[in-house]
Design a protein around this ligand. Structure first.
Ligand code: GDP
Length: 448
């Protein structure tokens, strides 16, 4: 496959990175391009110091050149990397030179796509490359690294192996019609399919943790005007991005701040009070607040007085499935209120002061708990919504297979298991459509 591909080139350094710029070339012309730049054939995996010149022999830059011969490279093709100075003008001039020498501009994700097509990475690993680059926290980066190492793929393949074992058993039974019913009624077979179901549930839970870690926890701060939502956001973010005033309704926009709590990305949105208003601008704020709530994992309901309970309208406005924490702010104004945490009716209540900072650590601890702190140390791998969707479909197929088996429909059970195997194969890319591949790789950065 690599022999037929053309040669691609791209700047592989993150935009805005000033120090060093890296260009990457992959394809059959890569060695010839390296030869032209260096003035002689490069030694494989050897760092050459080179003067990069344009077509008029004028110097573009001086830097390092490293050649990797296929198949021992990232893409599995001949690859050359150039390390130059990080000036975008220099890097683009170098890229133009590479194109003159026969390469073409790489599409987003094309290096990883070639690595996938040449069997250097499976699909889940290729996605982990993009996730690693985009990680908003160290914990997420570690999880992406585990997926890149093949942790997720190994678990998906182990599940497939288990599936195949059960399916083979059932298919063997179908081949002996006179004994089929006895075969299918075997308690050991039922136990195998139950074990399969448990393995899938475990993998699904781990995959969901991986998605949450990669995406970060999305928390929304809500409450009536003037309870101290912006102050809380500011105290958490330790910045002055939110406007803090005494005038009700000044927070018309939805402000966002992403903070890193010990390696877990946490997004807070300070929203306008969720109340009816006749002011058009405020109404827009209310609409945005509702939209924020729709996509939140967690709502932080703020009320001001230590004894106040959260606004019942607000509670009613929260979509199902959004976890909630009630914050009783401004305890510095009450004589005897000390920072504390209490669980009331299954909901965590925290008493704190955004102004003095007392009790803020209690809230931070709760947020970290919600964000899955600790998970990151237990072999969490990065994952995506598409992986969860595939596992859910496989789960349905396995459930249907179990029902079919209970009704002694061996053929149907085998077919459902074949379907589940196919669905899980989509995770690692054993079964994929070109559309899916296009969708996945086009979301990568150029140069990856
Ligand atoms: P929002 O409308 O809910 O965003 O409320 P703000 O954060 O703008 O705060 C409204 C007012 O309450 C401001 O004057 C803040 O300084 C004040 N405030 C916020 N938190 C506290 C707190 O913990 N203690 C005291 N005493 N005042 C606070």
């Amino acid at each position: 496959m690599s022999a037929a591909a053309d040669t691609i080139a791209a700047i592989a350094t993150a935009p805005g990175h000033a120090g060093v710029g890296v260009l990457r070339i992959s394809g059959p012309l890569a060695p010839r391009i390296a030869h032209a730049l260096l003035g002689r054939a490069p030694r494989e995996r050897h760092t050459h110091y080179a003067t990069f010149r344009d077509a008029n022999d004028d110097v573009i830059d001086r830097g390092l050149l490293i050649a990797f011969a296929q198949p021992r490279s990232y893409t599995g093709e001949d690859v050359v990397e150039l390390h130059a100075h990080g000036n975008p003008l220099v890097l683009h001039a170098l890229l133009d030179r590479l194109v003159e020498l026969g390469a073409r501009h790489a599409r987003p994700g094309e290096f990883s796509e070639r690595a996938f097509l040449n069997g250097k990475l499976d699909l889940a690993q290729a996605e982990a490359v993009a996730d690693l680059v985009a990680s908003g926290s160290l914990a997420a980066a570690r999880a992406a690294q585990r997926s890149l190492d093949g942790e997720f793929s190994r678990r998906a393949r182990a599940l497939t192996a288990q599936l195949v074992r059960v399916r083979t058993w059932i298919e063997a039974a179908i081949d002996f019609p006179e004994e089929e019913i006895d075969f299918l009624a075997d308690a050991a077979l039922r136990a195998e399919i139950d074990a399969l179901r448990t393995s899938l549930a475990d993998l699904l839970a781990a995959t969901r943790r991986g998605v949450r870690l990669a995406d970060g926890l999305h928390a929304v701060i809500v409450g009536k005007p003037n309870v101290g939502k912006s102050s809380l956001l500011n105290a958490l973010a330790a910045s002055e991005r939110a406007i803090v005033t005494d005038v009700a309704g000044t927070t018309r926009d939805v402000l966002r701040e992403t903070i890193d709590l010990d390696g877990v990305a946490l997004t807070l949105a300070d929203t306008a009070g969720l109340r009816e208003t006749h002011d058009a601008i405020e109404r827009e704020g209310v609409r945005r607040a509702q939209a924020e709530l729709e996509r939140a994992d967690l709502a932080i309901l703020v009320c001001a007085a230590p004894d106040e309970s959260p606004d019942s309208d607000l509670l009613a406005a929260l979509p199902d499935g959004v976890a909630r924490i009630v914050v009783h702010n401004k305890i510095d104004l009450a004589d005897s209120a000390a920072p504390r945490v209490e669980t009331r009716g299954g909901v965590t209540h925290i008493w704190l002061s955004a102004r003095s900072g007392d009790g803020l650590d209690l809230l931070v601890a709760q947020l970290r708990r919600h964000a899955g702190e600790g998970d990151a140390n237990e072999g969490t791998f990065s994952a995506r919504a598409r992986h969860v969707a595939a596992l859910l479909r496989a789960e349905t197929s396995i459930d249907d297979a179990r029902s079919a088996l209970a009704a002694n429909h061996g053929e149907l059970a085998a077919e459902e298991l074949r379907q589940a195997q196919h669905t899980i194969g989509e995770i690692t890319g054993e079964f994929t459509s070109d559309d899916l591949l296009g969708e996945i790789f086009s979301s990568f950065c150029i140069g990856k």
